[in-house]
Design a protein around this ligand. Structure first.
Ligand code: ADP
Length: 594
């Protein structure tokens, strides 16, 4: 804090302090300007953390990327501190400064600074004396003559010395302070009088830190304002330690991390970004991150950045160009950072190198493609093999039957029996080939799916199985079934296999009882084909859908349920069985609803 509007401490950042030196020399009765000059941002920040500055003046023309980042730090450190830019500044975010003044216009600068600080600090009520002001100040204030006589002190100074103000005024400095301190203060005060300009310095005394401002207040009298900055120093140190800690954490990330301002310029980043882009600090500061995004991904990156600024959190895969010009895939997550008042301030992003993941995905895609290819080949093989086997098989069975018919009288009983076995074998082979052919056709079918009424499907099934139903004395009950999107003949095949198994796998002597029902379950239809047959033991239940997995009974090929599974999968559904040996089985078929 300043001493109110009578003394304004102006910090100039930049190499040419002319504007504020002129300001100091500016002939205005009130306020007086006390100027200090910080050649670079770090010195300026140190001054700011001491809290002795009322207003910052920057030459916008001299603001390079560093100085510009400095404005962000000012906003972070002391949000309310007025910042004035000399000359025009089109490309600086408006929230980083309070006013611009044409360079060289000292009168304007003086009035803008005064105005801004007044707005910031209403100052003392009119009519209050300088002494009353000094008394209210936290600083130790004294006016000292060149010969070391104390002319005036603030209340806190007298209090610190343990004396009444009257007992201090008129005494020599070395009467009041230890000789070394008094000598130092006097020598700086005299140099200030000689140079006719103010000076500041910092020192440590008895484990406490002080910051002193010396200023000539008359031809032979100087003012010294001493502020105990121990607490500020501690805060500053804690701030630096905290900052160093955060930087270490961020730098040790194996991911890329960076922060952009709302104009999309880099303000912070970690070592990993430097390593990936092959760029150093100077070339990264203020850079546009789209510069190191691969050309093809720039429009997408821009879209995503806009989406973050609009308030969203985004995740995007983008390719970066590394220091060797190679592209590297990254997955970025970015979000908006807002200030305490909720206004957007920065975009913060973390990017992970996903080269390894991409490579694994590519391998996986290759493996899937290979699997699909070999599957198709296998289906083609099964089709060709079963199709081509049919003809020679037909020849074998028809000649066997011819032999049986024409030469029955010439053959003895054993030969007839052998022929019968051979015919039977050929018949079973025929069945297996037919089933296999059917199985291979499911995958090869490119018939479009249509709306199929499952009630009609079950009617067909019932007709096709009329003989088996009749012979076994089975009852087949069918509930109200839905219409589904499917391949009609495959759906007939599906339910025919399930119903015929339900009839077939019944203990001998029992009359099979089969029910077919369907219910809506979420986004699927759940069909159940239930029987009261022999059931399936727990150790076999997982294998019944395997190709060629079958029981030992006569007309079993082990293809029926494999075919069922293939048809269900082709329809985007799922099939499973629950069974209790001796009580029956329930086959569940879940098909998508339209
Ligand atoms: P298949 O009936 O030609 O042997 P499937 O693939 O249709 O071939 O069936 C495989 C095996 O699953 C059958 O051999 C039988 O052991 C068992 N199975 C199928 N359906 C039932 C059922 N409803 N009840 C009991 N076991 C069954």
């Amino acid at each position: 804090m300043s001493l109110g509007p009578t003394v304004l401490h102006v910090l100039h950042v930049g190499c040419d302090p002319a504007p504020v030196v002129n300001l100091q020399a500016y002939d205005a009765s009130s306020p007086r300007f006390l100027a200090s000059v910080a050649p670079d941002a770090d010195v300026a920040v140190t001054q700011l953390t001491r809290g002795t500055v009322d207003c910052v003046v920057c030459d916008a023309g001299a603001l390079d990327a560093d100085g510009w980042a400095f404005l962000h730090r000012v906003a972070d450190l002391a949000r309310d501190l007025p910042v004035v830019l000399t000359t025009s500044a089109d490309d600086i975010p408006a929230h980083l400064y309070d006013a611009t003044v044409p360079s060289g216009d000292t009168t304007r600068l003086a009035s803008v600074v005064t105005e801004l600080v007044r707005t910031d600090d209403p100052g003392p009520p009119a009519g209050e004396t300088a002494v009353a002001l000094l008394d209210r100040a936290d600083e130790y204030v004294a006016h000292v003559a060149r010969d070391g006589t104390v002319r005036m002190v603030g209340a806190s100074t007298a209090e610190r010395l343990g004396l009444a103000r009257d007992a201090v005024v008129g005494r020599q400095l070395d009467d009041l302070l230890d000789p070394t301190t008094a000598g130092e203060l006097l020598s700086i005060g005299r140099s200030v009088l000689d140079a006719e300009t103010g000076r500041e310095f910092s020192d440590e005394l008895g484990g406490r830190h002080y910051h002193a401002v010396f200023e000539p207040v008359g031809p032979d009298c100087f003012e010294v304002i001493v502020r105990d900055v121990t607490a500020a120093r501690r805060t500053e140190r804690a701030f630096h330690e905290e900052r160093a800690f955060l930087e270490t954490v961020v730098d040790s990330l194996t991911d890329v991390f960076f922060v952009l301002d709302l104009d999309g310029r880099l303000v912070r980043w970690n070592d990993r970004l430097e390593a990936v882009t092959g760029r150093d600090e100077t070339s990264l500061r203020g850079a546009d991150p789209l510069e190191f995004v691969a050309d093809a991904d720039v429009p997408e990156a821009r879209r995503q950045l806009d989406a973050v600024v609009d308030g969203g959190e985004v995740t995007a895969e983008l390719e970066l160009v590394d220091g060797n010009g190679e592209t590297v895939p990254f997955e970025f997550t970015a979000s908006l950072v807002t200030g305490d008042d909720g206004t957007p301030r920065y975009v913060c992003a973390v990017g992970r190198d996903i080269s390894a993941r991409r490579a694994t995905q590519a391998d996986l895609d290759d493996a899937i493609a290979e699997l699909e290819r070999s599957n198709a080949e296998l289906e083609q093989f099964a089709y060709v093999a079963s199709h081509d086997l049919k003809e020679p098989l037909r020849m074998v069975s028809s000649y066997l039957q011819l032999l049986e018919r024409r030469h029955a009288d010439d053959l003895d009983e054993e030969a007839s029996e052998f022929i019968e076995f051979a015919v039977d074998g050929a018949y079973r082979l025929q069945e297996m080939i037919d089933d296999l052919l059917e199985y291979s056709r499911v995958g090869r079918s490119d018939r479009a799916l249509e709306l199929v009424d499952c009630n009609a499907v079950l009617e067909t099934v019932r007709r096709n199985l009329a003989v088996a139903i009749e012979d076994s004395g089975a009852t087949v009950e069918v509930g109200d079934l839905p219409t589904v999107q499917g391949d009609r003949s495959q759906l007939v095949e599906l339910f025919q296999n399930l119903v015929s198994n339900a009839i077939k796998y019944t203990e001998s002597g029992e009359r099979p009882h089969v029910t077919v029902t369907a219910d809506a379950a979420d986004d699927r239809w759940l069909f159940v084909v239930e029987d009261e047959g022999m059931g399936i033991s727990a150790d076999r239940v997982d294998r019944v859908f395997d190709l060629f997995y079958r029981s030992e009974i006569q007309d079993s090929t082990g293809i029926g349920l494999a075919l069922v599974q293939k048809i269900v999968e082709r329809h985007g559904g799922e099939v499973w069985v629950e069974s209790t040996p001796g009580e029956g089985s329930s086959f569940f078929v879940a098909l998508p609803r339209e």
